[in-house]
Design a protein around this ligand. Structure first.
Ligand SMILES: Nc1nc2c(c(=O)[nH]1)N[C@H]1C(S)=C(S)[C@@H](COP(=O)(O)OP(=O)(O)OC[C@H]3O[C@@H](n4cnc5c(N)ncnc54)[C@H](O)[C@@H]3O)O[C@H]1N2
Ligand code: MOO
Length: 345
């Protein structure tokens, strides 16, 4: 029987990489894959600004100022966050009232915290400590310089990335298109949640788990259908959606029972088998096929086996499609802390 690693390799050999891109609003970009490098279009901040509430001044004017021997500066105006201070003429021995985040008028080279001053009559400011050039002075471009790479092609965008893109004023970006996935649950015993439960039937649960995983990680569900144990239904669904999906996941019908029709359905469709039965348990009868430019991954029916098959094959496939290892499962060694009893079979 085929080893898992070999089966995964064969899957990839029969698949392709995502080349299609789309432009989307920044607000909808969480978890999407950036298609290109993005350089910052601006400096951040775009102007030199104050880190403190206080007074912008010439650091040189405060030389030797101390508690017992303060110096006095004349206050010539005020600048608040958002103001344009270009009309202020910075001159030696003057200062301006400034608030945190406000643009520092051209000429001044430091800001003194207001705690280290007293404001005598709003015209005269007494300074009790020396400040050095650059103190409390946030340089233009200190966070980002225009042209600096802020997002690398292939990045899966997280909340911090989105904030950074907003900070440079971008509203849209180009991402790789999502993977388009079709889902087919097979089995004449399956009912949809909401239907009346009757003898011998059970609810189709697995594809709901699969759909939620897929949609969380750059996938879009193109169709979600249910088929009785009948190869014609299966192939008709695929033909109906031909060209609209990249991958189809099916559940059930892959073992060797009388009603395990999936292999037959694959033949009726004219798809090519990539593998069937893998050295893994649960999920041994898993099957994969290639049809046109797509992969049909047929998971074992037992819900837990389905999920094992899904995790071991879908994530490597996704990582290959998006050329991004972050989609791979992480591997850890673990020891079972206490024993467990396995039922026979
Ligand atoms: N004689 C043999 N019988 C079986 C073998 C074998 O080697 N020789 N393998 C067993 C193994 S292992 C598995 S796993 C199952 C897999 O068979 P199928 O993929 O054909 O699965 P089904 O028979 O269609 O379903 C199995 C079980 O799971 C339920 N099911 C199926 N789909 C769903 C769904 N979407 N949601 C919820 N439950 C689902 C189904 O009703 C069955 O109870 O074969 C063994 N047999
Ligand atoms: O593949 Mo199985 O072992 O019944 O889940």
């Amino acid at each position: 029987m085929l080893e898992l690693a070999e089966a995964v390799m064969r899957l990839k050999e029969n698949f392709r990489k995502q080349k299609l891109t789309e432009v989307i609003p920044l607000s909808k970009s969480y978890g999407r894959v950036a298609a290109f490098d993005i350089p910052s279009p601006i400096n951040v901040p775009n102007f030199s600004k104050s880190a403190m509430d206080g007074y912008a001044l010439f650091a040189e004017d405060t030389m030797a100022a101390k508690q017992e021997k303060p110096i006095t500066l004349s206050a010539i105006g005020s600048v608040y966050a958002g103001d344009d201070p270009s009309s202020i003429n910075a001159a030696r021995n003057t200062c301006v009232r400034i608030t945190t985040g406000a643009k520092i008028p051209q000429g001044y080279n430091a800001v003194i915290k207001q705690e280290n001053t007293t404001n005598n009559d709003s015209k005269q400011i007494t300074v009790f400590t020396e400040v050095v050039p650059g103190e409390n002075y946030i340089e233009k471009g200190e966070d980002l310089v225009a042209g600096e790479l802020i997002i690398q092609a292939g990045t899966i965008l997280d909340s911090e990335n989105i904030g950074t893109l907003a900070a440079v004023g971008l509203t849209t970006l180009t991402v790789l298109k999502k993977i388009r996935v079709g889902l087919i649950a097979t089995g004449s015993e399956l009912l949809s949640p909401g239907e009346r439960l009757t003898a011998g039937k059970l609810y189709n649960s697995t594809v709901y788990t699969l759909a939620s995983y897929i949609e969380r990680y750059n996938g879009t569900i193109v169709f979600q259908e249910k088929c009785p144990d009948d190869p014609i239904c299966f192939s008709q669904i695929l033909k109906q959606y031909a060209g609209k999906f990249d991958v189809v996941l099916t559940t059930g019908g892959v073992s060797i029972g009388d009603k395990d029709f999936l292999p037959q359905g694959i033949k009726v469709l004219g798809a090519e088998e990539i593998f069937h039965f893998i050295k893994m348990k649960p999920g041994t009868p898993v099957m994969a096929s290639r049809w046109q430019d797509t992969i049909i991954l047929s998971l074992s029916g037992n819900p837990f086996a389905s999920l094992m098959n899904f995790h071991l094959f879908y994530w490597p496939l996704l990582a290959y499609f998006f050329q991004n290892k972050q989609f791979l499962l992480k591997e850890y060694d673990a020891e079972i802390a206490s024993g467990y009893r396995k039922k026979a079979s």
